[in-house]
Design a binder for this molecule. Structure first.
Ligand SMILES: [Fe+2]
Length: 300
């Protein structure tokens, strides 16, 4: 395995002030833009890393990119070699962008579904802890990265093979989803994959999503923090997309809400970790949750 974790995500925004309020007052992240940004991006901090979310001024409100962390230079070089061998165009980032991301070496590439990615090693950090403006105690990150994302993959076979065969992700579990009782409707595949002890760091959904992401998950340290985040969601008038529930695959207790990026944020706690993937049986879930997670509240 050559990728260690999801180090950061990039988000496109037509109005950075929307994300400034949402990121600090709802998610509870620290705005560290003044400390780092040199290109007018909004930077949000979750932990000891300089920042985990980069919101860049754009003509669209959408997901931007994933920033994947390799543990060291050799592992990054191995991944770049595998990308090149697979015929993927890998672009070296400029020194300016590398410095803006606070990393040592940075490249960019796309996956077969057109999702944008960055890959780096050597985060540059002053190890300052996050000071949440609304008192969030902290987030579950470390070697497991910032959380997980679920990305569109309409060309599913090609894209899922890219993640397992080229990037080295392992399959965690499978779902097959139908949105109606119509027997003619084909199942859409939703596969979850891991690159560390977090049950899944990426999900691939066999559908197109204009926002470029189905949802991104961040994990707080306790269930109370999830409840407090929901209180802040209500206070800020943010739409609920899925009610409180606990997932069957990663055991995450979470709710879903809309973000200014037109994709959802899953705000969770108590996600399970897998110590030994060799002893973990890949399974197919026929329901997403033990209880809750009513997504009908987000429709209409
Ligand atoms: Fe999720």
């Amino acid at each position: 395995m050559t990728i260690q974790s999801l180090g950061y995500i990039g988000i496109n925004s037509t109005d950075l002030s929307q994300w400034q309020i949402y990121g600090t007052q709802v998610l509870g992240l620290q705005d560290v833009t003044d400390q780092y940004s040199s290109d007018n991006s909004l930077l949000l901090k979750m932990d000891e890393r300089p920042f985990r979310m980069v919101i860049q001024q754009s003509k669209a409100d959408s997901f931007g990119f994933c920033g994947w962390e390799a543990t060291n230079q050799e592992n990054m070089a191995n991944t770049v070699a595998r990308l090149a061998a697979a015929g993927v165009t890998v672009t070296n980032a400029s020194p300016e962008l590398t410095q803006q991301r606070c990393v040592t070496e940075l490249v960019m590439f796309s996956d077969p579904a057109g999702n944008q990615h960055e890959l780096y090693w050597g985060p540059v950090s002053n190890s300052k802890r996050m000071v949440s403006p609304v008192g969030v105690s902290g987030f579950v990150t470390g070697e497991m990265g910032l959380g997980h994302v679920v990305l569109p993959a309409p060309n599913f076979d090609e894209t899922s093979a890219f993640y397992t065969d080229v990037l080295g992700f392992g399959l965690s579990d499978l779902m097959n989803i139908k949105f109606s009782d119509d027997p003619a409707e084909l199942n859409k595949r939703l596969w979850f994959m891991h690159c560390n002890q977090r049950h899944h760091t990426i999900g691939l959904f066999e559908m197109d999503f204009p926002a470029g992401c189905v949802h991104a998950m961040i994990e707080a340290e306790s269930v109370d923090e999830v409840g407090l985040a929901n209180d802040r969601r209500i206070a800020q008038g943010v739409n609920l997309s899925g009610t409180l529930g606990r997932h069957t695959n990663d055991h995450m207790l979470s709710f879903y809400m809309r973000s200014p990026g037109n994709f959802d944020i899953e705000y969770g706690a108590e996600g399970r970790t897998i110590e030994d993937w060799n002893k973990f049986s890949v399974f197919e879930s026929t329901v997403p949750s033990f209880w809750g997670h009513d997504f009908s509240v987000g429709q209409g």
